[in-house]
Design a protein around this ligand. Sequence first.
Ligand code: ADP
Ligand code: 5GP
Length: 197
Amino acid sequence: MRPLFIVISAPSGAGKTTLCDLLLQNYPEICYSVSCTTRKPRINEEDGVDYHFLSVETFKKMIAEGRFLEHALVHDNYYGTLKAPVYEVLREGQCMLLDIDVAGAEQVRNFVADLPDDDPMKIGFIDIFINPPSLEELLSRLEHRGTDSQAVIEKRVRNAEKEMDRANEYMYQVTNDDLHTAFKRLCDIINVKAQLI
Ligand code: ADP
Ligand code: 5GP
C-alpha cells in the first residue's frame, strides 16, 4: 500500500477506538500514532501503547519545544500528536493513522494544505469523521463502556453535538451503526485512496 496519512475523528463513544483497532488488525502496514495526553490512564490502558501519559508541566514544555504536529485541549485535558514518529513512519513508506479530535484535525488539515503538492504527506492525506447513529446511542455506549464517571460522560455527550457540527469539514463521513458495515465502509475509503495515489 502507498503511504497514506489517515486522520480519524469522532465524538467520544462513537466507536473510533474499536474501528481503529480493526483497521490495525487488518492492515499491518498501518501504524497507529500514539498520542500524548495529560488525561489519567483508564484501567485497561498502557503507557506508551494507548497514550504517552504526561503531566501538564511536561506537556506544556513539549509544546514550547515545538514537538507537536498538533495539540488541543479536549474535555479539559491536553492531547497532542508528536511530529517525529509521523515523519519517520511516512518516510519509511508506511501508513500513519491519527485518532484525534476536530480541533487537532483542523490543525493537521491546515498544515497539509500548506505543503507542496508533490509532498508524500499531502498526496496520501485523507480525513474521516465517524458519526454515532444518535446522541442517545452515544450516551448508551459510553455508559456501557464503563470507563468514565457520569460527569465525564455528560461532558463528552455535550461536546459531541459541537463536534458533529464539524463533520462536513472532513473528506469522508462514516456512521458507526452496525460495526461490520461501518468497518467495511472505512476499508473501502482507504482502499480506493490507496489505488488512486
Ligand atoms: P471511542 O474510541 O470513539 O470513544 P470506543 O471504540 O471505545 O469509542 O467505543 C465505545 C463503546 O461502544 C465501546 O464499549 C465499544 O465496544 C462500543 N461500540 C463500538 N462500536 C459499536 C457498534 N457499532 N455497535 C455497538 N457498540 C459499539
Ligand atoms: P479519550 O480520552 O476518549 O481517549 O479521547 C478523547 C478525545 O481526544 C477523542 O476525541 C480523541 O480523538 C482525542 N485525541 C486523542 N489523541 C489526540 C491527539 O493527539 N490530538 C488531539 N487533538 N486529540 C486527540
